[in-house]
Design a protein around this ligand. Structure first.
Ligand code: PA5
Length: 445
């Protein structure tokens, strides 16, 4: 089970102040449970782990097997909540060099539909020219421009390159049950498809087919992932007392830090494979809390890499930040530092030590230095990087986000602000239906 340690925030905020959130945090957790808070139409994620039927997971695995058997490369086309969860889990569990040295012969997972870069799409389609590839088209609305554009290119290439019959086998849609272009094309072309439940928003959808199918295709155990999430669902349940509910304590601590001027939370990892867990977390908290002119700004760094770029700012810049460190207790592999006769680099004092011991001392030394420098430090410890522990971690952050958003007083389940750029982009591109907006925006240029 993951652990949470807030001791290193207590030079900055008091334990009593955190504990004083008991009533608010309990009310927030109950509002999630009873569906009485803002955005209650989007609470389908809350009991998702424990409600996923074995047959459903078996069906996902069967589809995954079809793609695994017929594809060297699988493209996950999606943006925001429609790709970050899958990418977070897959990258956390993958060999860092599986691209170059794929011993397990799992399909290579590539992501598209999350940018509109012509070079990216050109280079991707060029790379795919001699590859047996498949595509998962993921979009809840089915109308997101970035994803639809990438899918249009990839679908054509897949059909041209692999033939219509094979394309029908290796293209899967994950979208709304009835509406949107992705649903229409899936129904017309006869693609296998999965439904994103109406009551699960994109950023909370990692345990729906949105995350589960790509993760299963990549060769990871989705049952173990769900098992970990289910354990955390229980551990953060509505009846768990405040002092024992990790998600409630996390939510209370970050709200108290925010109240005391700590406006930026930096999620820290010491294992680069967690980079996309941070990207997923940034979306989860940023999109859930950044509204009504309030909300902690979620940032992230990969240490020790970024200690050599952002370390100075964190140590001595404006004191408006705090850190939440994801600490991984055990590595999956062992490597010791060799002894060197000449010792030209002066590293013989490390000879025989595990590389992870050096990393752990970097972690501890950094924590002490940053706390000394005025940066409160929350620590989340997970046992190791595997499906079960990642499942626990993701669910912990989801329920923590729901509680935290309610304490902050916002609706954590909408994202009205995301529409503003789309409206301008469509007006600038003269999309039919945007004639008035086009005129208005042209007048501003
Ligand atoms: O969390 C969200 O709701 C968003 O990030 C969406 O997931 C993202 O905008 C993609 O939307 P869609 O799945 O409709 O293409």
């Amino acid at each position: 089970m993951i652990t949470l340690n807030i001791e290193k925030t207590l030079d900055f905020i008091s334990k009593d102040a955190v504990m004083a959130y008991e009533h608010q945090a309990k009310a927030a957790r109950e509002a999630l449970e009873n569906g009485t808070g803002k955005g209650s139409d989007f609470l389908g994620w809350l009991h998702l782990p424990s409600s996923l039927a074995k047959e459903f997971l078996t069906d996902i695995k069967a589809t995954a097997q079809i793609l695994r058997e017929n594809c060297e490369v699988v493209i996950v086309a999606g943006i925001g909540g429609s790709y970050l969860g899958a990418r977070a889990v897959i990258e956390a569990l993958s060999n860092s060099f599986s691209w170059l040295h794929n011993t397990k012969k799992d399909p290579v997972m590539i992501y598209a539909g999350h940018n509109i870069s012509e070079d990216y799409l050109f280079e991707l389609t060029s790379f795919l020219k001699d590859k047996k590839f498949g595509v998962i088209n993921i979009s809840k609305s089915g109308t997101t421009t970035e994803t639809a554009l990438a899918f249009r290119l990839l679908k054509k290439q897949c059909e041209d390159q692999r033939g219509k019959e094979m394309a029908q086998k290796v293209i899967v849609a994950i979208t709304d049950a009835k509406k949107g272009a992705a649903r229409i094309s899936a129904d017309q072309k006869g693609y296998r498809s999965y439904i994103i439940p109406d009551n699960v928003g994109g950023r909370f959808s990692v345990l729906t087919p949105v995350g589960l199918l790509p993760i299963a295709i990549a060769g990871y155990d989705i049952e173990k992932l769900v098992e970990g999430a289910t354990a955390m669902e229980k551990a953060c349940g509505v009846d768990v007392p405040f002092g024992k509910n990790l998600a409630a304590i996390y939510a209370a601590t970050r709200n108290e830090l925010y109240k005391n001027g700590k406006k930026i939370e930096i999620l820290v990892n010491y294992i680069p494979k967690l980079h996309y867990v941070s990207e997923w977390w940034k979306q989860l908290y940023g999109e859930s809390e950044g509204k009504e002119n309030k909300g902690i700004f979620p940032a992230a760094v990969d240490f020790s890499t970024d200690l050599h770029s952002m370390g100075q700012w964190i140590q001595e810049g404006e004191r408006t930040i705090y850190e939440t460190v994801i600490s991984v207790e055990n590595t999956n592999h062992k490597l010791t530092v060799p002894s060197d006769e000449a010792n030209l680099d002066g590293l013989n004092f490390l000879a025989g030590k595990r590389v992870d011991e050096v990393n752990k001392m970097a972690e501890l030394g950094t924590q002490l230095a940053h706390v000394d420098g005025g940066v409160p430090n929350i620590r989340i410890t997970i046992e190791k990087l595997d499906e079960y522990n990642i499942g626990e971690l993701l669910y912990f952050f989801e329920v923590g986000c729901g509680i935290s958003g309610y304490i902050l007083g916002v609706n954590p389940f909408d994202q009205p602000g995301v529409e503003a750029y789309k409206k301008n982009m469509f007006a600038l591109l003269n999309k039919p239906g945007y004639e008035e907006e086009s005129k208005a925006i042209q007048a501003r240029l």
